[in-house]
Each structure stands twice: as structure tokens, then as C-alpha cells.
Design a protein around this ligand. Structure first.
Ligand code: NAD
Ligand code: IPM
Ligand code: MN
Length: 363
């Protein structure tokens, strides 16, 4: 594909700042590779609630399902946090994931050697860590029904349901095994099978899928001890597949190991090439509008978009190399202990890409 249609959902807080940075870098990479893309901005989240009363307006949904790929910043913030509000920005994001059918959320975590000092862990514990989480994204506790509130005998109750069917588990675990094949050939399936029935089904299906993939090992890990092992044995992990909410929590932990929540990208994929790409961090209300956000998570999300949805493998590699080189040369936003703002960090990545291209790396 040489000309691509990308829907851009800046969203709330730092969302628009980081998507702008990511599109700038993607534009530079595309131009060098003789590729082009057109963008269309749409509303999602709090900004959409303010404009239309809905967190995911129909127009946004239609644009996203018709696009080659969707790039998202972040949604949410204190303005829309009233627990009794009719709708929330986050509901728009969940609705979009469901509407796009993106059931697998890939969150790669790679420790950059030059950032070992930004990690709260000792260098020897994390250097060389390289894992990818496959977070189930359209089922589990986030989507199960019944879900709601009720008053019984004058007492208010609230409830959520953790439910999976075998097909939902099978397709995401299958994807995890495929990802493991060209890597270290190890899948860790994370569950709470000592307590939850849904986890016991998850485990059974993981074993069944594993039997189809000779040469790839499968281990089961309970989610609580997995949280611990990420701190003590991060290097032992390769591909980790898990339920929606377990994956949400564990990946923020893993991001901190790699140096900052601002670094991690993600790709949400379904059956076809179309995907939804977003950094794993949120709208960071504390630094929004100040030009301080680390754009790397969004920039690497644009690289994943290029690779997975557009088939632009050279451009994706050029962006990733640009980030590596910029970081190796000392480019650091404040979350990494540096002084650069969003724009300066973005420029450092672009400069590093140019140098790599000048040295014959090609972009
Ligand atoms: P958060 O990820 O927004 O912020 C947590 C901390 O990390 C903050 O101190 C923030 O400044 C920092 N941080 C996050 N991204 C950063 C970046 N790129 N550069 C530098 N620092 C960064 O999490 P939160 O504060 O728990 O949530 C705030 C809002 O974001 C909530 O409304 C939440 O629902 C929403 N949220 C949205 C998404 C999404 O849209 N995908 C993801 C997570 C949270
Ligand atoms: C994420 C976020 C979202 C999630 C929220 C904002 C709905 O935390 O993308 O990690 O929990 O999936
Ligand atoms: Mn999250």
C-alpha cells in the first residue's frame, strides 16, 4: 500500500500533543520511502462529549471502520470524572475497540540499554529484557454483562462480570503463539485459575492451542505472582497473554520497568490488517498542554501502525531505529530525568533518522 488513510483521534489531555508528534515522524519516514498517507481528524473521548454529548459519535465510528488504520492519543480527565455522569470518555474508547473488533492488544516492552538508569530496578535485573504482552481487549471484566447498579432492600450494589467464551480465548492465545514463533518461543499465559472459573477455562484453552504449536513452550503463571516476577525475573518473559484487566495493570508495571509509562506503544489488532494504535499511557492531566509529554510511546505506535496495517516495514524500522539512536545519544524528556519537551524530543528522533539514512541505513 503506498497511499494510506489514517483516522487520527487526538482525544484529551496530552493526546493531541503526542499524536501530532507521531504523525510528524511518520510523515518524515513515509516521504523518504516514497509513500504517502492522508489523515482525517475525528472526535473521541471527553472532547467528543463536550461537542456532541457522546464519547464515540457515530461519525467517528464510521470513519474508523472505513480507515486503513486509526491513531489515538488518549482519552479522559478530571473534567469528565463525575461517577454519576451519563457517559465517560473511556466508554468511547471501549466502544471503539469493540466496533473495530480489535481483540488483541500488543504491548511490546523492551529495555533500552541506555535507559537502565531510568528504571527503578537494578541494571542487572532488567538489561536485555524483551517481552511482548498480548492483552485480550474486547472481552473479560471490561465488557461482561450483567454490569450495573441495583438497590436491594435499601442497599445499593454495583457489579461487573468477568466472562469469556472459548472462541474469545482461543483467538487471542493463538495470536500469542504465532508471535512467539520468531522470538524466544515461550508463551506465558497469565490467569487466576486458583480462584476464577473464567481463568480455568482460559488455561484449558491455552493448553489446547499450545498443543498445535510444537517447539513453543507454554507456562502458566498466576497474575499475582506474575506481578512479582516482573520485578524479579523480567528477563525470563517472552510473550505474555492474558485477560483484559490483568493485561491493563501488568503493562503499566512493565512500562515503569522500561523507564517510563511514556515510552510504551501498542497495537490493537483483529482479523484483518486494520488496527488501532495508541500509546499505553493516559491523558496525563498533570502535564497536559505544557508541551512536556514524552512522545515516544505515540511515535512507536505510529511505527507499529506502519508495519502492521500498512505493510511499511522499512519505514517502521527507520522510526524505531530513530528512537533508539536518539535515546542512545541522550535525548530525554522529563519523565526520563531529562529536560527536553515534546517537540525537542520529536526533533531528536527525526534528526537521528536522518543520520541513520545518511549513513546508508535507509529510511
Ligand atoms: P496517565 O497514564 O494519564 O498518567 C500517569 C502518570 O504518568 C502521570 O504522572 C503522567 O504525567 C505520567 N505520564 C503519562 N504519560 C506520559 C507521557 N507520555 N510523558 C510523560 N509523562 C507521562 O494515568 P492516570 O493519571 O491514571 O489517568 C489519567 C486519565 O487518563 C484518566 O482519565 C484515565 O482514564 C485516562 N487514561 C486513558 C488511556 C487511553 O486513552 N488509552 C490510558 C490510560 C488512562
Ligand atoms: C489503557 C487504558 C484504558 C483501558 C482505559 C482508559 C479505558 O487504561 O488503554 O490502558 O483500561 O484499557
Ligand atoms: Mn491502562
Amino acid at each position: 500500500m503506498t497511499s494510506a488513510r489514517i483516522v487520527v483521534l487526538g482525544g484529551d489531555g496530552i493526546g493531541p500533543e503526542v499524536t501530532e508528534a507521531a504523525l510528524h515522524v511518520l510523515g518524515v519516514a513515509a516521504k523518504r520511502g516514497g509513500k504517502s498517507f492522508e489523515t482525517r481528524d475525528e472526535l473521541l473521548g471527553g472532547i467528543a462529549i463536550d461537542a456532541t454529548g457522546e464519547a464515540m459519535p457515530e461519525r467517528t465510528r464510521e470513519a474508523c471502520v472505513a480507515a486503513d488504520a486509526v491513531l489515538l492519543g488518549a482519552v479522559g480527565g478530571p473534567k469528565w470524572d463525575d461517577p454519576r455522569a451519563k457517559t465517560r470518555p473511556e466508554a468511547g474508547l471501549l466502544g471503539l475497540r469493540k466496533a473495530m473488533g480489535v481483540f488483541a492488544n500488543l504491548r511490546p516492552v523492551r529495555l533500552h540499554a541506555a535507559l537502565a538508569d531510568a528504571s527503578p530496578l537494578r541494571r542487572d535485573r532488567i538489561e536485555g529484557a524483551d517481552m511482548v504482552f498480548v492483552r485480550e481487549l474486547t472481552g473479560g471484566l471490561y465488557f461482561g454483562t450483567p454490569k450495573g447498579r441495583a438497590v436491594e432492600n435499601g442497599v445499593e450494589r454495583a457489579f461487573d462480570t468477568l466472562v469469556y467464551d472459548q472462541n474469545e480465548i482461543e483467538r487471542v492465545v493463538e495470536l500469542a503463539f504465532r508471535l512467539a514463533a520468531p522470538r524466544k518461543k515461550k508463551v506465558t499465559s497469565v490467569d487466576k485459575a486458583n480462584v476464577l472459573e473464567s481463568s480455568r477455562l482460559w488455561r484449558e484453552i491455552a493448553v489446547k492451542v499450545g498443543a498445535r504449536h510444537g517447539g513453543i513452550s507454554l507456562e502458566h503463571q498466576l497474575v499475582d505472582s506474575c506481578a512479582m516476577k516482573l520485578l524479579t525475573h523480567a528477563k525470563d518473559f517472552d510473550v505474555i497473554v492474558t485477560e483484559n484487566m490483568f493485561g491493563d495493570i501488568l503493562t503499566d508495571e512493565a512500562a515503569a520497568l522500561a523507564g517510563s509509562l511514556g515510552l510504551l506503544p501498542s497495537a490493537s489488532l483483529g482479523e484483518g490488517p486494520r488496527g488501532l494504535y495508541e500509546p499505553i499511557h493516559g491523558s496525563a492531566p498533570d502535564i497536559a498542554g505544557k508541551g512536556l509529554a514524552n512522545p515516544v510511546g505515540a511515535i512507536l505506535s505510529a511505527a507499529m501502525l506502519a508495519r502492521h496495517s500498512l505493510g511499511w516495514t522499512d519505514e517502521a524500522a527507520a522510526i524505531e531505529r530513530g528512537v533508539d539512536v536518539a535515546i542512545a545519544k541522550g535525548a530525554r524528556t522529563r519523565d526520563l530525568g531529562g529536560t527536553l519537551g515534546t517537540r525537542e524530543m520529536t526533533n531528536a528522533v527525526v534528526d537521528a533518522m536522518s543520520q541513520a539514512a545518511g549513513q546508508g541505513g535507509g529510511a
